[in-house]
Design a protein around this ligand. Structure first.
Ligand code: PMV
Length: 326
């Protein structure tokens, strides 16, 4: 096949009901379902070019080779090639407009953009549901970034299945990301999850109580019950961090600044401001709020000593093909 390429953009997503742990390593199947919101403020742009004259797959991430990412990338490209019946190697050029590997879900947007751009380059439908599996091979949270707004990842006996619960405009929450460190994380989610599964005494309780959190969150979203969702999302986030903290060796993804931001958000909510926090495998805090509170939340977080910068934004669309010069 001659050279064929396509470009896609995708946004990271943050889970309000998290996933942590796998039920199967090889195909990266999660132990639990999850529920996320897709962010519009952060963006990955990826071009995939399949070319029969290339000797091997190659990744250029943010302008440089990224050998550590190569095995996951090749597994995803193999899955795409199998769907399309292609044997060509690919050049993948991907750029994030935000810190990579620092708890801002760059792998979610990265692998969602890769799946969509790669599918389009191979002549597959970029909305083919099988792309959920391709994206999941790269990152367990990546299939969620194929969709916009509020996204449910259902953990089914045969795999996973994502759906959009509500598009961004139906409940236009705002998200203020407080960046507290630009450094990459010390322990990847993938390694951290495996350690948690094997060593945290709280891991079984995390899995057992998860389904109830997921169904309650869906009810709060359907009813637009912000305060119900706020209390539940913080609880679910802290439950995941309790598993992380009780892993051996301990996974402490917070910094003192993360903790100061958490306290600030709880202070704001106690004072009647509709906001809650969530934190993933990194020190950044994501404050989720109703639109009318966004300016006040941003001002309060900007004043927390150690916050490097804020990334404010709303809810975003799912991964999509764009023109090569877009
Ligand atoms: O997508 P992964 O495999 O890197 O895992 C992400 C896990 C968390 O971000 C901590 C939680 C989640 O559900 O996004």
């Amino acid at each position: 096949m001659p050279k064929s390429s396509a470009t896609a953009v995708a946004h990271p997503n943050i889970a309000l009901i998290k996933y942590w742990g796998k039920r199967e390593q090889a195909s990266n199947l999660p132990a639990v379902g999850s529920l996320s919101i897709t962010l519009d403020a952060l963006r990955t742009r990826t071009t995939v070019s399949f070319d029969s004259s290339l000797a091997a797959d190659r990744l250029i991430l943010n302008g440089a080779a990224a050998p550590a990412e190569q095995p996951r990338l090749i597994s995803c490209l193999n899955a795409l090639r199998a769907l399309a019946g292609s044997q060509d190697s690919a050049l993948v050029e991907s750029v994030n407009d935000f810190p990579t590997g620092a708890g801002l879900a760059s792998s979610a947007s990265g692998y969602a953009a890769l799946a969509v751009a790669g599918a389009a380059a191979l002549g597959l439908d970029p909305r083919d549901p099988r792309l959920e599996e391709v994206a999941r091979i790269g990152s367990g949270s990546a299939p969620r970034s194929l969709f916009g707004g509020f996204v449910l990842l259902n953990n089914t006996p045969s795999g996973t299945h994502c759906s959009c619960l509500q598009p961004p405009q139906d409940w236009p929450l705002q998200v203020v990301v407080a960046v507290t460190s630009e450094a990459g994380k010390a322990v990847s989610s993938r390694d951290g999850m495996t350690d948690s599964q094997h060593t945290s005494p709280y891991y079984p309780a995390w899995v057992e109580t998860h389904e109830a959190d997921l169904s309650q969150a869906q009810a709060f979203i359907a009813q637009r019950d912000f305060l119900g969702l706020a209390e539940l999302a913080e609880h679910n986030c802290l439950k995941m961090h309790a598993v992380m903290l009780t892993t051996r060796p301990a996974l402490v993804y917070w910094s003192p600044v993360t903790l100061a931001c958490m306290q600030k958000v709880q202070e704001l909510r106690a004072a009647g401001i509709p906001v809650f926090f969530t934190i993933d495998a990194g020190p950044q805090l994501k404050a989720v709020c109703l639109p009318e509170a966004a300016d006040e939340v941003a001002a309060a977080l900007a004043a927390v000593p150690g916050v490097l910068r804020l990334i404010p934004g709303g809810l975003g669309e799912g991964a999509r093909v764009i023109p090569a010069d877009g």
